[in-house]
Write a protein that binds this ligand. Structure first.
Ligand code: DP6
Length: 319
């Protein structure tokens, strides 16, 4: 038997940055994301005759580090199911891996979904979200479509994501600006650990998130894209400030990231609706609406002719 599942990546509008339990991926704070239609991962799993696992990514054997991460996840699922069978995992990414486009989110959500079918576990979406979280925190949110909130919870069984609005009707549009598809140097796991342990501002972070999250929920309710963008940008910069103030400091921004971010207030002064969010990589996701998208595209193209631009809309949960 083979089972196939597709999951879409999500972009955090209120970021997850810091774990109180690194083993279980239990975050210090809630976070809020939008699942996207463009970047996805499709994963097929099947049992192998022996005990050895095999992991293929886009038709090639996985790197040793990724293989180990997947095997750890398989071990977890085998343990729950009292199984020792080897598993073949074949995964196809429509996401530039490790370019700050959250491929681990769609990857572990798709893997959790596929294993749920393979082992016939019949998990509810909430339980699936908990399981996906064990692979990668942000994967907990990719189980659902649209706007999703991951509640931090108190333990393994109540730290899961819930949909806020699975089919948003507002004309929110994202433009992904990829300067550099190469792998980041500091993984998000490492980066958040360093920020938690050493940034003198980390104790402020839970309060910032709580406030931003409340305001974001209101902005979503009002379908106010400018307010959503403003809050997402501000929350993102607060997250990156934790990294700049870590000891030693580190950053995911490159000169191009900064160059684009610095242009935004100038464009906004000219009346263009555009805000930015950046994850654990140099690339930028611009937040705008359907009507303004052509203007934003032109502006970005004129300044960054080499950048790869992709338009993204709200997308579905696991299929
Ligand atoms: C900046 O979910 O990749 O994208 O739980 O260690 O796998 P692990 O981290 P991961 O971190 C995502 C961080 C972020 C913000 C976010 O998606 O909320």
């Amino acid at each position: 038997m083979t089972t196939t599942t597709t999951a879409h990546t999500n972009i955090a509008l209120i970021k997850y940055w810091g774990k109180k339990d690194p083993q279980l991926h239990l975050p210090y704070t809630d976070s809020l994301s939008l699942t996207l239609d463009g970047y996805s991962t499709t994963t097929t799993t099947q049992f192998l005759p022996g005990r050895q696992d095999q992991v293929q990514v886009n038709g090639h054997p996985a790197s040793p580090a990724f293989f180990q991460r997947v095997v750890n996840f398989l071990d977890l699922v085998r343990q729950v199911n009292h199984s020792q069978k080897g598993i073949l995992v074949q995964t196809t990414n429509q996401v530039p891996t490790a370019a700050g486009l959250a491929s681990s989110a769609s990857g572990f959500a798709a893997l959790a979904g596929s294993l749920n079918r393979l082992f016939q576990m019949n998990l509810t979406p909430t339980q699936l979200s908990c399981l996906a979280r064990r692979g990668s925190g942000s994967a907990s949110r990719s189980i659902f479509g649209g706007f999703v909130r991951w509640q931090h919870g108190t333990g393994d069984f109540d730290s899961y994501a819930l949909p806020i609005d699975e089919h948003p009707q507002l004309p929110l549009t994202l433009l992904s600006v990829v300067f550099n598809g190469q792998a980041k140097k500091v993984s998000s796991t490492q980066g958040m650990e360093q920020a938690v342990q050493t940034s003198p501002f980390y104790p402020q972070w839970p309060q910032i998130v709580e406030r931003d999250l409340d305001e974001m929920l209101l902005a979503i309710q009002k379908q106010d894209i400018a307010e959503i963008g403003q809050l997402a940008e501000s929350n993102c910069l607060a997250m990156h400030a934790l990294n700049w103030t870590a000891r030693p400091f580190f950053t995911y921004f490159t000169a191009e990231t900064w160059q684009l971010i610095n242009l935004l207030p100038i464009w906004r002064q000219r009346g263009v609706l555009v805000y930015a969010t950046v994850d654990a990589g140099p690339n930028v996701k611009l937040i705008t609406n359907q009507e303004t998208l052509p203007v934003v595209r032109k502006l970005v193209q004129s300044k960054f002719p080499q950048a790869q631009l992709t338009t993204l809309y709200p997308g579905p949960g696991l299929t």
